[in-house]
Design a protein around this ligand. Structure first.
Ligand SMILES: [Zn+2]
Length: 283
């Protein structure tokens, strides 16, 4: 999610009048018991401080909860988010202000480099990113992280906490050893801080394949959130739960958040229209 506070506030206001806004766990349970009411789970990746400072108070005012997926090496400000370090090297501040929980977009040069790094084997990616971390100046525009205390507060107040990798390495690019370490370390660290079992993860960048899913299940995860577009339905693969990224630019009309556009997106109507067009084009 990368949108300004005012637009997020509008999104939650609209969402709560039309949906049961709930954690993913609750949505999953609703699907299992064939609850026909429309449910919506809002998820926040990475663990940026604005999840607590901006999003959580708005959600609490509406009496709803959300799901926060944590990259554990980032929490408590231990290690900045790697793509922000890369973007800072290119002097690229995010083009979207505030609520940066989730990846924002940068200038074309920085975006190209981030994209290239995501495609590298994790060991090579780690070497380049560690090097960039040494070079980046303090005071660069890097997102502050949630503290463990804030995570505990949100968990105590009803937020769902999930894993999002230890270092945000792209899991499909990790060798078996790195993959297991990313999955296990992340879960163990969150569990030690909040004293609750962590049942699921959001794959960094949404990237997963059969090997990642098998490793996640072996590491004790029972579900995984992807970035495949679409909506969750009964009989869907619990390890490939679809999600729709919320970017201000996608739903902004005349500088304001356009709920109708967002609702149309999450209704799946665009997928239907796209498939219909595709079928027509191919006879
Ligand atoms: Zn992420």
């Amino acid at each position: 999610m990368a949108i300004p506070e005012s637009q997020f506030s509008e999104l939650v206001t609209q969402a709560t009048t039309r949906f049961r806004v709930a954690s993913w766990r609750e949505c999953q349970a609703a699907i299992a018991r064939r609850d026909k009411r429309p449910h919506l789970a809002l998820t926040f990746d990475d663990g940026c401080a604005d999840g607590f400072d901006v999003a959580w108070p708005i959600l609490r005012r509406h009496g709803v909860t959300a799901t926060f997926c944590l990259t554990t090496s980032f929490i408590d400000g231990n290690q900045p988010l790697w793509w922000e370090v890369v973007a800072a090297q290119h002097d690229a501040a995010p083009s979207v202000p505030l609520l940066r929980s989730g990846e924002a977009s940068y200038g074309p040069e920085a975006e190209a480099e981030i994209h290239r790094l995501k495609s590298l084997p994790a060991a090579e990616w780690r070497r380049i990113v560690d090097e960039a971390r040494r070079k980046v100046e303090t005071g660069s525009e890097l997102s502050p992280a949630l503290s463990w205390e804030q995570v505990r507060t949100m968990a105590d107040e009803g937020a769902e906490i999930l894993a999002h990798g230890h270092s945000h390495a792209i899991l499909t690019k990790c060798d078996d050893h790195e993959l297991t370490a990313e999955l296990e370390q992340c879960r163990a660290e969150i569990e030690s801080h909040i004293g609750e079992r962590i049942e699921g993860l959001a794959y960094p960048n949404g990237d997963c394949d059969r090997r990642v899913v098998t490793a996640a299940a072996k590491a004790g995860y029972r579900f995984g959130l992807s970035m495949d577009p679409g909506y969750a339905r009964r009989g869907g693969d619990p390890y490939r739960v679809p999600r729709i990224p919320v970017e201000a630019a996608t739903y902004e009309v005349d500088g304001e958040f356009c709920w109708d556009l967002f609702e149309a997106e999450i209704s799946g109507v665009f997928d239907v229209l796209f498939m219909r067009r595709l079928r027509a084009a191919h006879g």
